[in-house]
Each structure stands twice: as structure tokens, then as C-alpha cells.
Ligand binder design. Structure first.
Ligand code: SIN
Length: 474
């Protein structure tokens, strides 16, 4: 597949040669995209700047119509888009189809929500004055999205931005740009006017510098690592960009002794092994109350041992490859470090590498402790370390003992214990007996070093709006 930039309504291949896109399940070349840089990023921003005045004045109803056409096209073509996604990213086809449906859910939800951008009036302290508050689109938005959810992370940003009346420039991840190209082809068919949506592929460093320094850009929305997020935040200080940063996580999962153990195992499996553990919100460390550790870990071991590992295009595969060698080596390092510090491997603990494809087997580790890397850093792989705890207070303390605060999970049948835990976890997203809390209508985002702002829900639309106060002297 040959990908192209989409700038001002035209497909183009300018740039410094091409970037190869490889299938992580086979190591084979799947396609190419142009290696764009400063010139292409500048053109795309200027196209978005020129399109903004007219687009921002269209009605929310008109924008919703276009968004819904795009939504319908995406669902009509979901098999094809999902196959591209699996070929460049590796996740099993069923999960890729799920991701396309998840992406479409953001588009339809924001098509509707864009019609509900309300302002308000406030009683003034003098009869001769009126106070009005109105909401307006922030302006040109640039986005940088990751490889682990190449469709959904772009849709979660692009749909509310367009619904709010902003124009948009996307920079997809270098490893997975072709899903974005296909989604843009469908958006073009839906009929967005030229310049409203733009796509630039290529060098993150060069494009990112233009994104954070061009005076026409008003907002940067980024999903990726905390380290890159901090760098973008520094770069954005010169132009005082409005920022949404959805960064790294290190999610704890707490299983209390009154949990329904079978449901807890299902919830942990869903959270931990989705996308082979390559998810910012996936459970990274599991704290289980001591009286149920044996039963819980035996059941989790059985469930993990049944997962089929392989090429995501093959029937029945549930765990695809890790995205690249670096990803594999990090997982291997976490497991080796844990074993060296006393963890027992219940299942997995190894992988297969051949022809530049890196598969790691679902792994359950028992007797984890706070000194292990896996209990302190995001693993981004299919590894579940289990550590026991005694009291609810201890579990919350262990869960909060991190610089991250994206997602946390717990399992209990008790309303009062659950309320205590939910209210005391320092996390932006909390799953109570729920391993998969992400949804278009709910705010997704983190506290502490997991980022700034929220995507999804009403908050995700607010992120693309400015608040203007109009004081009227009669
Ligand atoms: C992520 O990994 O950042 C996205 C996962 C989700 O939306 O559930």
C-alpha cells in the first residue's frame, strides 16, 4: 500500500524519500508513506488556517451531517480498514474491527454533541450591564497519535475538533501511518471541504517542531509517552499552545477478598491482554488480598495459558506480536528482573523471535514485590505480576505509589469498600468490577504525569473550545 499526505484537499508524496511500514507479525514490507518534514507540516497548517474562517462559521448541523457520512463510510469499510490496521500494527483482526467500531463511536457521538455547545448568561451587578459567555472553536488543531490505536486515537481527537468547528492537521505514528491514510480517504469521500482536514506523515521531530512553533496553530493534542509529552510541552511554551496530553500509565488492579473471583479474572484478562498489553490503560500490576491469592492466581494462570499467540490475521489468534524489537526487549527485561528478584513464573516467561517479528507469550508472575521494574514502569506487554496485600488501606497506598495516574481497576462486591477505594485512587479513570471502561461518552485522561485534559465525553469537546466573556454596557 502506498500512503500519501493529504494537504488542502490534495494527495501528495513530497518529502525526504519514503518510510517503510513493516508487518510486525512477519517482518515483511507492507507499504510506504512519504517522509514529510517542515515544508509539508507548514503547508498543512497553512491550509487549515485558510479553511478555518469558513468552516468555523458552518452550523453544527452541517458539520454533523459530514461527520455522520464519514462515520457510515468507516463502518461500511471496517473490514478493509481493520485489515490494514492489523497488517501494520499486529493486533488480532477481531480487535482491529473493534477498534474501527470504537473509532466510529467517537464520530457519531461528537456529531450529536457538537449541537450542544451551550453558552450562558450571568446576572450582572448593575442593571445597565449584561454578562454573556459564549463558546467558540479554538482554531487550527494539530495532533500527534500513537501506533497502538492508530484509528481510535485519531478519531477521538479529530471528531470533537471538527464538531467544534476547528480545522485539523494529523501526524500519525511512523510505525502505523497507513490506517490513518485509509481513514482520510473515507473522510475525503464524506466531503469535508479542502483544508479542513490535513494529514502529514514523516519525521516526528521535524513535524513536531513546526506544530509547536507555527503561530497559526492554537491547539496541540497528543497521545504518547510521558517523556515526549514533556518535550512537546516545553516546545509549546513559546506559542502558549492549548494542550491536551494523554500520556503513559502504570495501572494497578486491586482484587479484594470479597470479589467475585471468576468475574475478576475475566476483567483482569480483558484489561491486561487487550492489544497484547500494549495499551496505556492496561493493568500493569495486580494486588490481590492474601486469602484469595492462590485461587485467583490459579484461575488467571489457566485463562492466560489458553490464549492463542500468532499472526493477527489468523483465525482465533488473541495475542499478536509486540510492535517491534525495542518493545520485546523491554518486556523481556521486566520479566528477567522480576524473576531475579524472586518472582515465580506461573505461565509464559518467554517468547519467539524470528524474521524481525517479536511475539511474547502471555505471562503470569507470582510473588511480585515493589522493588521490581514491572511494579514501577509501564511494561507495554502481556505480563501480569501478582503481589499480595493485607488491608484495603495498604492496597490503595501501593496503587497510588507512582508518578502516573491514568487508569486503575478494582474488584469488590462491597459498596462501602468499593466507594472508599474509588474515592481514594489518584487516577483519572477507575474501573470498578470493569476491565474495559473506555467509552466515547466518558472522559478519558490522567492525573499526575499521565497528562493534562480529557478526551471523550463532554470534556473532550470542551477541549476544542475557547470561553469568551462578553460584557455589555447598555
Ligand atoms: C490508549 O492506550 O491510550 C487507549 C486505550 C483506550 O482508549 O481504551
Amino acid at each position: 500500500m502506498e500512503g500519501k499526505h493529504y494537504i488542502n484537499g490534495e494527495w501528495s508524496t513530497e518529502g525526504d524519500g519514503v518510510i517503510d511500514v513493516r508487518n510486525p507479525a512477519t517482518g515483511e514490507l507492507f507499504g510506504t508513506v512519504p517522509n514529510g518534514g517542515e515544508a509539508e507540516a507548514t503547508k498543512a497548517i497553512e491550509a487549515a488556517e485558510a479553511a478555518f474562517p469558513e468552516w468555523s462559521k458552518t452550523t453544527a448541523y452541517h458539520r454533523a451531517e459530514l461527520l455522520m457520512k464519514w462515520h457510515d463510510l468507516l463502518l461500511e469499510n471496517k473490514q478493509e480498514v481493520a485489515e490494514i490496521l492489523t497488517k501494520e500494527m499486529g493486533k488480532p483482526l477481531a480487535e482491529a474491527i473493534g477498534e474501527i467500531e470504537y473509532s466510529a463511536s467517537f464520530i457519531s457521538w461528537y456529531a450529536e454533541e457538537g449541537k450542544r455547545v451551550y453558552g450562558h448568561t450571568i446576572p450582572a451587578s448593575k442593571d445597565s450591564k449584561r454578562i454573556q459567555i459564549i463558546k467558540q472553536p479554538v482554531g487550527v488543531v494539530v495532533s500527534i497519535t500513537p501506533w497502538n490505536f492508530p484509528a481510535a486515537m485519531m478519531a477521538r481527537k479529530m471528531a470533537p475538533a471538527l464538531a467544534a468547528g476547528c480545522t485539523f492537521v494529523a501526524k500519525p505514528a511512523k510505525l502505523t501511518p497507513l490506517t490513518a491514510v485509509k481513514i482520510y480517504e473515507l473522510a475525503e469521500q464524506a466531503g469535508f471541504p479542502k483544508g479542513v482536514i490535513n494529514l502529514v506523515t514523516g519525521s516526528a521531530g521535524k513535524i513536531g517542531k513546526v506544530f509547536t512553533s507555527h503561530p497559526a496553530v492554537r491547539k496541540l493534542t497528543f497521545t504518547g509517552s510521558t517523556e515526549i509529552g514533556k518535550e512537546l510541552m516545553k516546545q509549546s511554551s513559546e506559542t502558549m499552545l492549548n494542550l491536551s496530553l494523554e500520556l503513559g500509565g502504570h495501572a494497578p488492579i486491586i482484587v479484594l477478598d470479597d470479589a467475585d473471583i471468576d468475574s475478576a479474572v475475566k476483567g483482569v484478562m480483558a484489561s491486561k491482554f487487550r492489544n497484547a498489553g500494549q495499551t496505556c490503560v492496561c493493568g500493569n500490576r495486580i494486588y490481590v488480598q492474601e486469602s484469595i491469592v492462590d485461587e485467583f492466581s490459579r484461575k488467571l494462570q489457566e485463562a492466560a495459558g489458553k490464549l492463542k499467540v500468532g499472526n493477527g490475521l489468523d483465525e482465533g489468534v488473541e495475542i499478536g506480536p509486540l510492535v517491534d524489537k525495542d518493545g520485546y526487549e523491554k518486556v523481556e527485561k521486566h520479566v528477567q528482573d522480576a524473576v531475579g528478584k524472586g518472582a515465580k513464573v506461573l505461565v509464559g516467561g518467554d517468547g519467539q523471535t524470528a524474521n524481525e517479528a517479536y511475539f511474547y507469550n502471555p505471562t503470569i508472575l507470582l510473588n511480585a514485590n515493589p522493588d521490581m521494574l514491572v511494579m514501577n514502569e509501564e511494561t507495554f506487554g502481556p505480563v501480569a505480576p501478582i503481589m499480595s496485600f493485607k488491608t484495603d488501606e495498604e492496597a490503595v497506598k501501593l496503587a497510588n505509589d507512582t508518578r502516573f495516574g491514568l487508569a486503575a481497576y478494582f474488584f469488590t462486591e462491597s459498596m462501602s469498600r468499593g466507594t472508599y477505594i474509588a474515592e481514594n485512587l489518584d487516577y483519572g479513570i477507575v474501573g470498578w468490577n470493569d476491565g474495559l471502561p473506555s467509552a466515547a461518552q466518558a472522559p478519558f485522561g490522567g492525573m499526575k504525569e499521565s497528562g493534562i485534559g480529557r478526551e471523550g465525553g463532554q470534556e473532550g469537546l470542551e477541549a476544542f473550545l475557547e470561553t469568551k466573556y462578553i460584557s455589555i454596557q447598555l
